[in-house]
Design a protein around this ligand. Structure first.
Ligand SMILES: [Fe+2]
Length: 489
């Protein structure tokens, strides 16, 4: 879940498209987006009231016709019929497996030379779209970070608590020493690189699956008995999956009626996709190829943890094709129902709108994740947070996503470094009001000297990326050069 609260408007779709021709333009464009003026507040999530979603404007019927071409209508109908059968079968499996459907792998499985998981482990992760990586840092280290985070907010009672001061679950600090240490810990970064390399990219694509950009997010300590804050949803944009021309190309096999051939881990069109065309409080201004949290407590099923739909291909094909079918499962190219993908709001999934996902059976709780374990999920994964916390232990995590270096994320890195050095919230998460505590006023906040590794210094934008590293692709070298230039190296 993005804890981001974005209050920036975006330029029109046409102006976004006209600026897409080069990565440098993309980087420039994103700087413009982040400097835009605040707009009116809106709901974070698409409205889930009613048996039908709200109809979008008529132009979205035209959009459907540009994605699914007339010559593919029969193939797409047949693919939908196959998909529903596959989902019925998969739902039975997932109901049986429960949390066991989420792969659990060991940090020590990562090959230190290639910084990849072995093929048999990687294929399990790719199929599910999520995993728990055990023992990325020690239990003692993770618990020490939790203790440090809590003592900081105890010292600074003006720090914003979400949803409320009396019943906090999420804390608005970004630059605590523990956060800087966790983000730049060499083992945390190695786990991220191994997950980033689940994706593949063509040599020419300007993306780096090894180097990353920081995205400072918040942290959570959820008390027993509290209620979950997040509905069933997808991160990484909503209507953009259909409306942004580049993003829609990710799903081209699905539009052609060949969802079985869809590769959720192909980075080529993702690296340049616009995931926040409209801004809005449900948007996140960076491309996170995987979301993740580092466990800093004994998290587990029934105890307020995350829930995931661990079949990335089937769930993505269904969510993407849903607007093209009516309730009788017949191709419908004229309606403008997008079922929870409203412009500018977080994309929601709902039982009555997505009946064939069998959400009650397929969305399973993440297996136990001890302090030091790291949970990752694909950027298109259907997920939520357990509504109830029936345990006796805090459910505590630090949100730390995988943010590959690409044109879309370069301007973000420049802004993140600026925010870090100034001790102010990153652009996505401005203070709610003037009385909210900001870390720049706290002498005990994190500093560059708290960065724990050379890789971490690059991730934070403090050191240049190596443009001449052996074994890198042309696309990697180009994006490193662009990043170095933007960072002033
Ligand atoms: Fe999410």
């Amino acid at each position: 879940m993005a804890t981001a609260s974005v209050l920036h408007p975006r330029p029109s779709s046409d102006s976004l498209r006209s600026l897409r021709s080069t990565t440098m333009n993309k980087s420039f464009l994103h700087s413009r987006l982040q400097k835009a003026l605040p707009t009116k507040d809106k709901d974070i999530w698409a409205n889930t009231q009613g048996s039908k979603p709200k109809a979008l404007p008529a132009r979205f019927a035209d959009l459907k016709k540009t994605l699914v071409k007339a010559e593919n209508y029969d193939a797409v109908q047949a693919s939908w019929d196959r998909l529903l059968l596959a989902l019925d079968k998969r739902a039975l499996d997932l109901e049986k497996f429960g949390p066991g459907a989420v792969p659990i792998v060991n940090f020590t499985d990562i090959d230190e030379t290639t910084r990849k998981f072995p093929p048999e482990i990687a294929s399990k992760i790719r199929e599910a779209g999520c995993c728990v990586v055990r023992n990325v840092v020690s239990r003692e280290q993770a618990l020490e970070w939790k203790s440090s985070l809590l003592s900081y907010v105890d010292r600074h009672p003006d720090i914003r608590r979400i949803p409320s001061l009396s019943e906090p679950q999420i804390y608005s600090t970004f630059w605590q020493k523990a956060q800087i240490e966790a983000r730049t810990h060499p083992s945390v970064i190695l786990a991220q690189v191994a997950m980033s390399q689940m994706y593949t990219a063509s040599d020419e694509t300007q993306v780096d699956l090894v180097e990353q950009a920081m995205y400072a997010d918040r942290w959570r300590v959820r008390k027993p008995g509290s209620f979950g804050m997040f509905p069933t949803h997808l991160d990484n944009g909503s209507i953009e999956r259909w409306e942004d021309e580049e993003y829609s190309q990710v799903f081209r096999k699905i539009w052609e009626g060949k969802w079985e051939e869809y590769d959720a881990w192909d980075m080529d069109h993702r690296a340049e996709a616009i995931v926040d065309m409209y801004g809005g409080p449900g948007s996140c201004s960076v491309f996170r190829s995987l979301q993740g949290w580092l466990s800093i407590d004994d998290n587990g099923p029934q105890c307020g943890t995350i829930q995931l739909l661990p079949d990335i291909k089937l769930s993505t094909a269904y969510v993407l094709l849903r607007p093209f079918f009516n309730d009788e499962n017949t191709l419908d190219m004229d309606s403008t129902y997008f079922y929870g993908a409203d412009p500018g709001q977080g994309q929601v999934v709902k039982e009555i709108w997505h009946p064939h996902l069998h959400l009650q059976n397929t969305v399973v709780s993440c297996p136990p994740a001890a302090p030091g374990d790291y949970v990752f999920w694909h950027c298109d994964m259907v997920h939520k947070v357990e509504e109830e916390h029936r345990g006796t232990n805090d459910s505590s995590v630090m949100y730390i996503p995988v943010v590959p270096l690409c044109g879309y994320n370069v301007a973000n890195l420049v802004e993140q470094r600026k925010s870090f050095l100034a001790g102010v919230p990153p652009p996505d998460m401005p203070p709610e009001n003037e009385s909210e505590g900001v870390e720049k006023d706290h002498e005990d906040r994190g500093r560059p000297e708290d960065i724990l590794s050379p890789q971490g210094r690059k991730l934070v934008g403090m050191d240049a990326f190596d443009e001449n590293e052996a074994g890198t692709t042309a696309g990697q070298r180009e994006i490193r050069q662009i990043a170095n230039e933007a960072l002033g190296f």
